[in-house]
Ligand binder design. Structure first.
Ligand code: PHE
Length: 342
């Protein structure tokens, strides 16, 4: 029996001295059961101890215990080594190189249209104006009728304006907000109203079916055309610098009388004439005028008591002039390589 026990020990050591792969913990369990389990080799030897003499039994018993202890010690050593190897491998695999350059988080920025819109709002807020808004899907009444637009005005044509029904359309200018504000507020009224407008135009470098306007409206007692000129002059100087000049040219709008188109000095040639301003020296930025008495009446304001000016400015053009952008489409393609420059 002694020999049998020594053989078991020798066999166990041989098998346990084998190199185990990290994921062979299961194999270790199989060996444990094989040697030490209820039906294991050592147990089956011990079962035969009954046949031994009284002198032999304690000697063999002690030897059997020694063998068990040695196998158990070896098993836990191997198992500890496997665990340690596993941890080392995980550390190796999950190693973080803290010297690697970090991943840059791209920070967005305001679209130039939004940035300039905010800037213009700030300038007008400083002059005592408030910001008003109106719907983009609008009644024909607010877009044309209330603004004294004659029934045969070319802008009413479906080739110019997007109609949704006979009396609902996509507003073609922000002047709609003038009417909505005057209907609900008593003078003095000082508002600007930035927003999107729609026209049935084919896309090219200077046209887009969607663009932006900023409407301005100032109604009070004794407001004159010089208030209009002074307000716009101040705006342009704040936007483009102190030596920027504006120029008013006579024009016609159904909702203002007198009316003007307002040009701002070309930033590229400072009025000399160049390719940017088509040799004009000035670039047209807005329509303006004194609110027509009929429009005031349509909105319940007495034109004998009150007067006021209104203007509608093309925001896209202001932005283009500001940054020297020569193609309007760039503002709508939303290419981050372009937008990232502002
Ligand atoms: N609504 C006009 C346009 O879109 C601009 C304008 C606004 C003109 C207010 C006069 C007064 O062209």
């Amino acid at each position: 029996m002694k020999e049998k026990l020594e053989q078991i020990l020798e066999k166990a050591m041989r098998e346990l001295n084998h190199a185990f792969a990290i994921d062979e913990v299961d194999k270790l369990d199989i060996l444990r059961v094989g040697f030490l389990g209820k039906k294991g080799e050592l147990t089956s030897v011990l079962k035969q101890m009954g046949g031994l003499s009284a002198e032999e039994r304690p000697v063999v018993g002690k030897l059997a215990n020694d063998v068990r202890e040695q196998i158990e010690t070896k098993l836990s050593e191997v198992s500890a080594e496997l665990k340690a190897q596993k941890v080392r491998k995980a550390m190796e695999d999950e190693k973080i190189d803290v010297t690697l350059p970090g991943k840059k988080r791209a920070i967005g920025r305001l679209h130039p249209l939004t940035a300039v819109m905010n800037e213009i709002e700030e300038i007008f807020l400083g002059m005592g104006f408030e910001v008003a808004s109106g719907p983009e899907v609008e009644y024909v009444y607010y877009n044309f009728d209330a603004l004294n637009s004659p029934p045969d005005h070319p802008a009413r044509d479906i080739t110019d304006t997007f109609y949704i029904t006979d009396d609902i359309l996509l507003r073609c200018h922000t002047s709609t907000v003038q009417v909505r504000v005057m209907e609900t507020q008593k003078p003095p009224i000082r508002i600007i109203s930035p927003g999107r407008v729609y026209r049935s135009d084919a896309v090219d470098a200077t046209h887009s079916p969607i663009f932006h306007q900023i409407e301005g409206l100032y109604i009070d007692k004794g407001v004159t055309m010089s208030d209009l000129a002074g307000t716009l002059d101040e705006l342009m100087k704040r936007l483009y610098g102190g030596d920027c000049k504006i120029r008013l040219r006579p024009h016609h709008f159904p909702f203002t009388e007198p009316s003007a188109e307002v040009d701002v000095m070309c930033f590229k040639c400072a009025g000399q004439g160049c390719s940017m301003c088509k040799q004009e020296g000035y670039i047209e930025l807005l329509g303006a005028g004194m609110v027509h008495p009929k429009v005031l009446k349509n909105c319940g304001i007495d034109p004998e008591v009150y007067s006021g000016f209104a203007f509608g400015m093309g925001l896209d053009r202001v932005v283009m002039r500001r940054y020297g952008i020569t193609d309007l489409r760039l503002l709508y393609e939303n290419d981050v390589r372009f937008l990232g420059q502002f």
